[in-house]
Design a protein around this ligand. Structure first.
Ligand SMILES: Cc1cc2nc3c(=O)[nH]c(=O)nc-3n(C[C@H](O)[C@H](O)[C@H](O)COP(=O)(O)OP(=O)(O)OC[C@H]3O[C@@H](n4cnc5c(N)ncnc54)[C@H](O)[C@@H]3O)c2cc1C
Length: 302
């Protein structure tokens, strides 16, 4: 297994932001992964780093990346995938087999572990729709457990994995049969829609910054509050979608948090609605970041 020490993590993140991490592990199979989870005392597990803002000050601790855990199998309508399998890859593989249900995953780079943790979704579909069961590592008992979908406490961009007690090892899905042409045409429509409103990964970003409040859209509120004109030296709100922050080049985590607070305040002042961040902050905060983080996250933890 590859282990990197004092590793600058920014190039592994879609924001291209993040400082040095004391130790980063890349387990290559399930037994290496579970052995690590059992033996290392404290760690953060990450997938594609596409929903995180990693501190530019780095992290004095251990990170376990699932990116090498790529095992998957399709048997009939059943799909079995390890934590690190990428959503877009699985969307394509299942489409080739005439299996429908993963078309929404084509346009964002999440791993199965991250997608299930976040209950990722788009275009009216989400990861929990076709999930049957998972195997997880229970950090409190050190045991591997099997959980049915009903036990995972799924809600909008949340599952019981978000609370950190369980680490996803493997997932089993049951998809629906559909004509391959129909599936591919839905995939293409989803891709076209994204191209028209979202930055591509060539412009570093981490997807939606804030969650939608109940019965409303964070993007709509942010747009009405005028945030599309917010433009700082190294970060800016994306022109075509007010709920995206893009890194213009050498941005730091403090730049992103600063812009997030400006966006949060704009909506709060105009609508008295306090948006909740969808992006997860990871790593060691500077004093300034602690203040910004408190405004955005403190009362929003779930
Ligand atoms: C261009 C772009 C578009 C996006 N569009 C969407 C969208 O339409 N819909 C949507 O829902 N999201 C979207 N996202 C956000 C992101 O891709 C999703 O949230 C995705 O599910 C995150 O997966 P990840 O593997 O990158 O997780 P990471 O960012 O690596 O981690 C996210 C969280 O999951 C946890 N985690 C990761 N792996 C595991 C595991 N094995 N076990 C337990 N916890 C784990 C991490 O600890 C962290 O708390 C977009 C992002 C980008 C960059």
């Amino acid at each position: 297994m590859i282990v990197k020490e004092n590793f600058e993590i920014k190039n592994l993140t879609t924001y291209k932001i993040g400082g040095k991490v004391t130790r980063v592990y890349f387990p290559e199979n399930q037994s290496e992964f579970t052995e690590l989870l059992r033996t290392i005392e404290s760690y953060i597990v990450l997938g594609s780093c596409s929903n995180i803002l990693f501190s530019s000050a780095g992290y004095d601790g251990n990170v376990i990346m699932t990116s090498e855990l790529k095992q998957f199998e399709i048997r009939g309508t059943k799909v079995f995938a390890s934590a690190g399998v990428k959503g877009p890859f699985l969307a394509q593989k299942t489409a080739e087999e005439g299996l429908s249900g993963f078309e929404f995953m084509i346009g964002f780079p999440g791993s199965i572990g991250g997608d299930i943790c976040m209950n990722a979704g788009a275009h009216g579909q989400c990861i929990s729709d076709n999930l049957v069961q998972v195997s997880v590592f229970n950090r409190e008992t050190g045991e591997v457990e099997y959980k049915q979908k009903s036990e995972l406490d799924f809600s909008y961009r949340h599952s019981c994995l978000s609370d950190g007690k369980y680490i996803l090892l493997h997932a089993e899905f049951d998809l629906k049969r559909a004509p391959e042409e129909e599936i591919k045409s839905l995939i293409n429509r989803n891709l076209e829609f994204r191209k028209s409103i979202q930055p591509s990964l060539a412009t570093p970003n981490a997807g939606s910054v804030f969650k939608n409040p109940e019965n409303d859209s964070a993007g709509r509120l942010l747009d009405k509050a005028g945030v599309k004109s917010f433009d700082l030296p190294r970060v800016q709100v994306w022109n075509n979608h007010a709920n995206f922050i893009v890194n213009k080049g050498e941005a730091t985590s403090e730049d992103v948090l600063t812009l997030m607070v400006m966006m949060y305040n704009a909506v709060k002042n105009q609508y008295t609605i306090e948006l909740r961040p969808e992006i997860i902050y990871i790593g060691d905060k500077t004093k300034k970041e602690e203040e910004l983080w408190n405004i955005l996250y403190q009362k929003n933890q779930k």
